[in-house]
Design a protein around this ligand. Structure first.
Ligand code: 13P
Ligand code: SF4
Length: 304
């Protein structure tokens, strides 16, 4: 079977087996093409809730599938690649955060959505990269303990100088690979290009950017901009998808190292196997769904 035939077979099986396929924008083009929805981590979980299908297949990483299950507990949720976990989401465990909270008892614990369900049970509010600034502005407490990404935390802190932040030393190992040397080289090669970066990049990189935003924020900005050239400071697939959808513009990855092996561990063959019934089902106890759900619903309540 060639790629096209495999895609047609996946489309047939997903219909037959009542499956909705969600693909994060870091997935390869051939996977996005057969998805019902593509988007950023939060958009996907919201879309899953309104999907008529009983079964949801997440092509992304584990915390995203968990978020879908928490928001849609009556659906059967599957992850297309068993090894697709986000290293940042697993950097901190519940016990560690409980002990940090003892040192900062009057702080509101804000968790980036890139955290495990287990960790979310001890946090107060969840945020995504697109909602973090607005949600934290609306939290009544002006003392914020932000976990796990200190780069996103630093970015948010600069937008809200009247609140006090405590940041821990966590973050995305992929976005951390981008250096100022990469920025200098890319700008020298493409002097007219606008620099668009994800706030998971280091503050020194964010400072150089023309636009900072989530994966969807970057894509929307580039599509609607009158500019013609862009340096893309996030996972390499975003530059690829943009180049495909805007052939009259030019997109350059800020660094060729911006490849997330966990996101890229899902192949079209994994998706085929999953629609045949071999995906990993996300099983969570009612207690875990309820306790982890608290901080996600708080985000929704605050307008995330
Ligand atoms: P988004 O929420 O922007 O989709 O980001 C998810 C992610 O893993 C970024 O590295
Ligand atoms: Fe996690 Fe970074 Fe990969 Fe995003 S790019 S899924 S934060 S490791």
């Amino acid at each position: 079977m060639n790629v096209y035939e495999l895609q047609q077979e996946i489309l047939r099986l997903k219909k037959q087996n009542d499956i909705c396929i969600l693909a994060h924008s870091y997935q390869a083009r051939e996977i996005c093409e057969i998805a019902d929805f593509t988007g950023d981590s939060y958009q996907l979980s919201v879309m899953a809730k309104s999907a008529p299908q009983k079964n949801i297949l997440m092509c992304g990483v584990r915390f995203m599938a968990e978020t879908v299950k928490i928001l849609s507990p009556d659906k059967n949720v599957y992850l297309s690649s068993k090894v697709a976990s986000c290293p940042m989401a697993e950097q901190m465990d519940k016990e560690m955060i409980v002990s940090v909270k003892e040192r900062y008892p009057d702080y509101t614990v804000v968790a980036y959505i890139n955290t495990t369900a287990e960790l979310k049970t001890v946090c107060d509010v969840c945020v995504t990269s697109s909602s973090a600034v607005n949600i934290i502005k609306r939290i009544e407490n002006d003392k914020i303990l932000f976990i796990p990404d200190c780069n996103l935390g630093d970015y948010v802190q600069r937008q809200i100088p009247d609140k006090t932040f405590k940041l821990l030393q966590g973050g995305c190992p992929i976005h951390a690979r981008v250096t100022l040397t990469d920025v200098r080289k890319a700008k020298a090669l493409h002097p007219d290009a606008k620099l668009l970066v994800h706030p998971e990049c280091a503050p020194s990189i964010v400072k150089e950017a023309d636009f900072v935003g989530s994966t969807s924020g970057i894509m929307n900005y580039a599509r609607s901009s009158d500019d013609k050239e862009f340096l893309i400071g996030t996972e390499i697939s975003i530059a690829e998808h943009l180049q495909y959808s805007c052939p009259d513009k030019r997109f350059y990855p800020l660094s060729k190292d911006l490849i997330c092996p966990n996101m890229k561990s899902t192949t079209l063959v994994d998706v085929y196997n999953a629609v045949c019934g071999e995906g990993e089902e996300i099983i969570m106890s009612d207690k875990l769904i309820r306790e982890a759900g608290r901080c996600i619903f708080k985000m929704v309540e605050l307008g995330g």
